[in-house]
Write a protein that binds this ligand. Structure first.
Ligand code: NFS
Length: 653
């Protein structure tokens, strides 16, 4: 008889700094169930693939170059390391851009059907935002009906995807000097369908074999994501479901309730979640839950759509990407409904182990072992009501022990770029002037966007939390989205009293305004809010003429998805310095690497950076911010007294 595979002993604290996740990892291990954390520990990344030194774009290969001596060999077709790595990178950008733009296009489909009166379940909730967005791209609004404006907006935004020639609509929001750079470089995006198609063509065997030219198309495609698909997703979601305003919201697994029917929505498109909110509040379904012996129905979110409804409605969020499997080990999850993106196939096995009902809902994303209940936007409740009914069934027959980690972290969520303006400027003079002034006078050193995934190749949440703490300690105001925002919320940094962790200047601003030093903006498509905030900062004046002049930097400390690469690259192409952690798919010393990490900046864009260590990452960002401050002539005495990396090292000795 084959010897039974023995489970390895792990110290789960090495895997995650999230207490609830650690507790559930221990429970899952005791139950004999493995998760992505163990799988990652037991399967080292392929060293050639991790350095992007392999090519499988044709079947003369797959070809493997030597990452330690990347110019020693070429592929069978003669492709160099620069071509191979650039092509691999380009395919990641294309896939990431496709994910965001397809999501944005789905939202636009819903918008069209709502405007035409063919969907009754949703309506235009935020007319003011409709008008502002329309005006921002030159649509006349004065004296016009909502429907007329909305139809014009629909037709205009459709070009974000389908436009064959010319510039996509939201390019009108980009500071003129930045657009000038893009035009000079030939990277102003056309419709994303065209840009993605062109990347796929150019990265086919035997087409584009100059890394510089490939990177040019990466920039154009990534910009079609940031200023295109992602921005459409954010703006249309705000128009339909409301623009977020700060509210107190809760994060962590303690928001599951043992005596309630627990339903989790995990994914990316807010319409599934919005309808689920209606279903769990339907008196008939609540009554059914009570008949089954439950105190009620409890709806919570995960990942990006969770971050979005946390921001919009204060629906509690029970964890980010690396907590999606372990949350099922609580035994308390009666149903998990997923749509698209960042859904681990392992959830299906996990759900089977704990008797959780696991539903796919989107025709684009089915999973073996999951029950598929399709979500149709014209009749959304037929899907969400069914999910709730089946969750009630599972509650009646909960198979095992329920253990819920008792962690609940409250914080303020729901900042939008509009609200930042209102908050700092006040009701009657909402503007970015106070933000710019506080940057110019040095109270706020600069702005950092810390965003993106969690990844089992590093200690879960840890890199996010440490980077952000170091940034605020050095008076950098941090804005966040997605999984990163949830990590910081669990660490308690989304509360105004977290200002005690900030440097003097930032703390002073936070105390005056009553805001936390870390502002959560929502989901990953809401990174477009950071772009708009940057454009507003330029427009407001005093901080240069283009986005590349701003004392702003970005980071994705625990990235894992192709979407993260697309986001990183649209930040860079927009003019920002963007630092990634974990690892980077390019070999240091190659021409391709040099172009991403230095050359793009020389062309007037931003540039990429990399650091594994969170403190080093924060200081790369701070140095960049200081470099921009110097160039703007606003590097006063104040900064010289700020807490530097050397001071910190000295303290730690
Ligand atoms: Ni964005 Fe990564 Fe996924 Fe959201 Fe989380 S993993 S790139 S943060 S949930 S999209």
């Amino acid at each position: 008889m084959a010897e039974e595979k023995k489970a390895k002993q792990y110290n789960f604290r090495d895997f995650s700094m999230c207490e609830a996740t650690v507790q559930m990892l221990e429970k899952a291990a005791a139950d004999g169930v493995e998760t992505a954390f163990q799988r990652a520990a037991e399967m080292k990344p392929c060293p050639i693939g991790a350095d992007s030194a392999c090519c499988k774009h044709c079947f003369m290969g797959p070809c493997r170059l030597n990452p330690k001596d990347p110019y020693a060999k070429v592929g069978v077709c003669g492709a160099t390391i620069d071509t191979i790595a650039a092509r691999n990178f380009a395919r990641m950008v294309a896939s990431g851009c496709a994910a965001h733009t397809d999501h944005g296009m789905s939202m636009l489909d819903v918008f069209r059907e709502v405007v035409n009166g063919r969907i009754a379940d949703y309506k235009i909730k935020d007319e003011e935002k409709l008008r502002t967005v329309a005006e921002s791209i030159g649509i006349e609004t004065a004296g016009r009906e909502v429907k007329e404006i909305a139809l014009d907006l629909y037709h205009e935004l459709e070009r974000t995807y389908t436009q064959v020639e010319g510039e996509i609509p939201f390019v009108k929001r980009v500071p003129p000097k930045t657009v000038e750079t893009w035009r000079k470089l030939g990277i102003v995006p056309r419709g994303s369908m065209r840009e993605i198609m062109e990347i796929m063509h150019r990265t086919h065997i035997g087409v584009d074999q100059h890394y510089e030219n490939i990177v040019k198309q990466c920039s154009r495609t990534a910009l079609a994501d940031g200023w295109g698909g992602s921005m459409v997703a954010t703006e249309i979601s705000d128009i339909l479901f409301g623009t977020p305003k700060p509210l107190v919201g809760g994060v962590n697994m303690g928001f599951l309730k043992e005596d309630h029917v627990n339903v989790i929505v995990h994914g990316h498109e807010p319409n599934l979640f919005e309808s689920m909110i209606d279903s769990v509040n339907d008196p008939a379904l609540v009554e059914k839950a009570k008949e089954a012996g439950a105190a009620g129905i409890n709806l919570v979110g995960m990942c990006c759509s969770g971050a979005e409804v946390l921001s919009r409605h204060g629906v509690p969020h029970v964890g980010n990407f690396m907590s999606t499997e372990v949350v099922i080990a609580t035994g308390a999850v009666d149903a998990m409904a997923v749509d698209v993106q960042c859904i681990k196939q392992g959830l299906s096995t996990m759900a089977k182990c704990y008797g959780t009902k696991f539903f796919t809902t989107n025709p684009r994303a089915k999973i073996e072992g999951a029950e598929h209940i399709e979500f149709h936007e014209h009749t959304p409740r037929s899907c969400t009501d069914k999910v709730v009914q089946l969750a009630i069934e599972r509650y009646k027959n909960r198979p095992g022990r329920v253990v819920i980690p008792q962690r609940r972290d409250m914080g303020i969520h729901g900042f939008s770029h509009e609200y930042i303006s209102y908050m700092l400027g006040g009701t009657f003079r909402g503007s970015y002037v106070p933000l710019n002034e506080n940057i110019i006078n040095g109270r706020i050193r600069g702005l950092a966007g810390v965003v993106g995934c969690t990844n089992p190749r590093v200690r879960h949440d840890y890199v996010h939390v440490e980077v952000v703490k170091e940034l605020i300690r050095n008076n950098v105001l941090v804005v966040q989205t997605g999984c990163s925002q949830i990590a910081l919320a669990k660490a308690g940094l989304m509360k105004p009293d977290a200002a005690v962790l900030a440097g003097d200047g930032l703390a002073e601003v936070c105390e005056t305004v009553g805001m936390p030093p870390v502002l959560g903006l929502g989901s990953c498509v809401d990174n477009s809010r950071i772009l708009i905030a940057c454009a507003e900062m330029v427009r407001t004046g005093g901080l240069g003429e283009s986005i590349a002049d701003l004392p702003v930097a970005g980071a994705a400390p625990e990235w894992m998805s192709e979407k993260a690469i697309s986001i990183g690259h649209y930040f860079v192409a927009s003019g920002l310095y963007t630092v990634f952690g974990v690892g980077f798919p390019a070999i240091k010393g190659t021409k391709f690497h040099k172009l991403l990490f230095e050359g793009l900046e020389e062309l007037g864009c931003g540039k990429w950076g990399f650091a594994e260590d969170p403190i080093e990452m924060a200081h790369l960002m701070i140095s960049h911010i200081d470099k921009k401050r110097e160039a703007l002539g606003i590097m006063g005495e104040r900064e010289r007294k700020l807490f530097g990396m050397e001071d910190r090292r000295a303290m730690e000795v």
